[in-house]
Write a new protein. Structure first.
Length: 97
């Protein structure tokens, strides 16, 4: 997936995560993660973010994530939404029909 512009998804509410994705030409994925549960779940949150980007085919991006205790499914949804917005893609198939 080719990223065209900076995009974000999520909120700063408890149980959510704010994800901002900036496109890059090269250099892989850089991730700046802040979380109030960093010591307990920081590695898991990072793994979910990187896995989701990999599944979407995002190879180069600067990602900023501010977590407020989001579940893995919420992290995936926010990363996906930000990536699709950054790629300016619409009308995507979400899950099986």
């Amino acid at each position: 997936m080719e990223l065209i512009k900076t995009a974000a998804a999520g909120t700063m509410e408890s149980g959510d995560i704010m994800v901002t994705i900036d496109p890059r030409e090269s250099g892989g994925i850089t991730l700046d993660l802040t979380s109030n549960v960093m010591q307990q779940f920081g590695r898991q949150i990072e793994a979910v973010i990187r896995e989701t980007l990999g599944e979407l085919g995002v190879e180069h991006a600067d990602v900023q994530a501010v977590d407020r205790g989001a579940l893995d499914c919420t992290v995936r949804a926010r990363v996906s939404a930000a990536a699709f917005r950054a790629a300016q893609r619409e009308n995507e198939q979400w899950g099986e029909t």
